[in-house]
Design a protein. Structure first.
Length: 107
């Protein structure tokens, strides 16, 4: 019974830490680049696109499709960075807790 009480205490502490971590992640910004820096995007910690910069040299009618692909690539890079930071912070937060493999956090 003591183990259950200890585990419940740890879960409650983790819940508080998790809420703080989610606020911290929401405040993060990650930047992604594509086309050798011709396209740059910034994402919030929640994955929202907050900034887009496109080098003026790309504004040619023939290059619209290329530009679209570069924007998608830059967005995906920035989102991957946010997800990596989230995974790292979650792993650090849950270190030492008996969480089954494959269990996803936050809940």
């Amino acid at each position: 019974m003591r183990d259950i009480m200890g585990m419940m205490k740890q879960a409650k502490e983790m819940q508080g830490k998790m809420a703080a971590m989610q606020e911290e992640i929401a405040a993060l910004e990650a930047e992604g680049h594509s086309g050798g820096g011709l396209v740059t995007v910034k994402l919030s910690g929640k994955g929202a696109l907050t900034s887009l910069k496109i080098d003026p040299s790309l504004f040619k009618e023939d290059d619209v499709e290329i530009l679209e692909d570069l924007i998608i690539a830059a967005h995906n890079e920035a989102k991957a960075k946010v997800e990596a930071i989230m995974a790292e912070k979650t792993q650090a937060l849950t270190a030492g807790l008996p969480i089954p493999p494959g269990f996803k956090l936050p809940f």
